[in-house]
Design a protein around this ligand. Structure first.
Ligand SMILES: Cc1ncc(COP(=O)(O)O)c(C=O)c1O
Length: 426
């Protein structure tokens, strides 16, 4: 799974004593033996005859909400296609045109031959979308966090961050070599206590997310940003799961809670509501542009293909006026959340906070059985398990799309009811 939380987002390393299985090509010195525990968990799960939840193939994609999986038409409830932009005719046309006009790839870094007109244009679209002075586009959201965090906070600086932060945030902290101080998830008091302990005069960066992707819960940004400011810390918010959807203009949770002007850096991705691939940082900081020359994950990698930046720019501009889609997505999220609760499932949040509705499973075995039963019903959701999930949870993560119809959400609820009864979870 690429998704993840916490510094523990790596397979548990086997101890040296436990790593001499003798089965590898270099028994004793086999560097892969640290993955034995995860190999064992996987083999045990699959030995029960369950389909591999992490190896599904979308044989054909019919629309933002439908695909053929295992030869069968399946409702997609486990993509990040929140705003359903992947098949938007204007987005597709922009991609085709850029592919024809500019070729399939740039074959170079943004700071050498890899900045085309389209890269400038998508940064312009982001500045319009966020009403901010600067935008810098990366090849993925992962690289945006990796690059911006590691470049801002180096040795001797302090990063205070939520313990449930995405893997890309943790990896950015590790790459920059800053002191990393985690605090309890979504707990402003815990955050303040950590900030108080940062030595006088040290550089401080508080890193938060708008929506946390496993449980779909929203951060109390208003309170947290005020605390960070009071302690003289700079603030970075990752709005990967809220861009396009949350806030009056879809700028995210910081906009929704009225603190977007107090945030120094917003990180986002094109791989969710925008419907393609890429990452970005937007900011009003007057010295922001220097980051283009000093940020290694920006400099030392090839830029996005022209077709990708063209689709992203078109999609972002359409998202500015996508109030109807935002309203439909909220309606879908509320309906699914209420319906699943009524059926008796335990959910990640009491109220719908976002387009993610997490259904808690008792353990991995029953979670995998439920995942498979849903797939047989014709529904795809994400099975998420530790270390990606907090507190050792196994959950079925449902993410809604603005293009799901009311009828589809009703069908999904029927599927959950049948699969829940068949697996004994209900
Ligand atoms: C909170 C968060 N930040 C960053 C990313 C990375 O985005 P990308 O898929 O563009 O690499 C993700 C991906 O799931 C995410 O959930």
């Amino acid at each position: 799974m690429s998704e993840g939380v916490s510094q523990a987002d790596r397979p548990q390393a086997a101890t040296a004593a436990g790593s001499d299985s003798g089965a590898g090509p270099r028994a004793g010195g086999d560097l892969l033996s640290k993955f034995d525990p995860i190999i064992h968990t996987r083999e045990t799960l699959l030995a029960g005859g369950v389909e591999d939840p992490f190896n599904l193939v979308m044989e054909q994609v019919l629309s933002p909400t439908r695909a053929i999986c295992n030869g069968r038409e399946t409702i997609l409830l486990g993509t990040y296609n929140y705003m359903g932009m992947t098949f938007d005719p204007d987005v597709i046309a922009a991609g085709h045109k850029a592919l024809a006009d500019f070729g399939s790839g740039t074959t170079g870094s943004r700071v050498l031959n890899g900045t085309y007109r389209g890269h400038r244009d998508v940064e312009h679209a982001l500045r319009e979308f966020y009403a901010m002075d600067h935008a810098m586009v990366f090849s993925t959201g992962y690289q945006a966090n990796l690059g911006i965090i590691s470049t801002l906070a180096g040795k001797g600086d302090y990063i205070v961050l939520d313990i449930d932060s995405h893997a890309s945030i943790w990896d950015g902290c590790a790459m920059g070599n800053a002191e990393v101080v985690p605090f309890k998830h979504n707990d402003p008091g815990a955050m303040e206590r950590r900030l108080r302990r940062v030595p006088e005069g040290a550089g401080k960066l508080v890193v938060l997310e708008g929506v946390y992707s496993m449980l779909g819960d929203v951060a109390p940004l208003k309170e947290m940003v005020a605390i960070a400011r009071a302690h003289g810390a700079m603030v970075l918010v990752d709005e990967a799961h809220s861009m396009g959807f949350i806030g009056p203009n879809g700028r995210g949770v910081a906009e929704d809670q009225g603190v977007i002007d107090e945030v120094d850096f917003i990180i986002g991705t094109f791989s969710k509501s925008v419907g393609t691939v890429g990452g970005f940082c937007v900011s009003n900081h007057p010295k922001f542009e220097i980051l283009r020359l000093v940020c290694r994950p920006y400099v030392f990698t090839a830029s996005l293909p022209p077709s990708v930046v063209a689709t992203a720019a078109t999609s972002i501009r359409k998202l500015i006026g996508a109030g109807d889609k935002r309203a439909r997505l909220w309606a879908n999220s509320r309906r699914l959340h209420a319906g699943l609760r009524e059926l008796g499932f335990t959910l990640g949040t009491d109220q719908p906070h976002s387009a993610i509705v997490a259904v808690l499973m008792p353990d991995l075995e029953r979670g995998a059985a439920m995942w498979e039963a849903l797939l047989h019903e014709g529904l795809y959701v994400n099975l998420a398990r530790p270390p990606a999930t907090p507190a050792n949870m196994t959950l079925l993560r449902c993410s809604l799309c603005a293009e799901h119809t009311e009828e589809e959400v009703g069908t999904v609820l029927g599927m959950f009811a049948r699969a829940g009864r068949a697996t004994g979870i209900l």
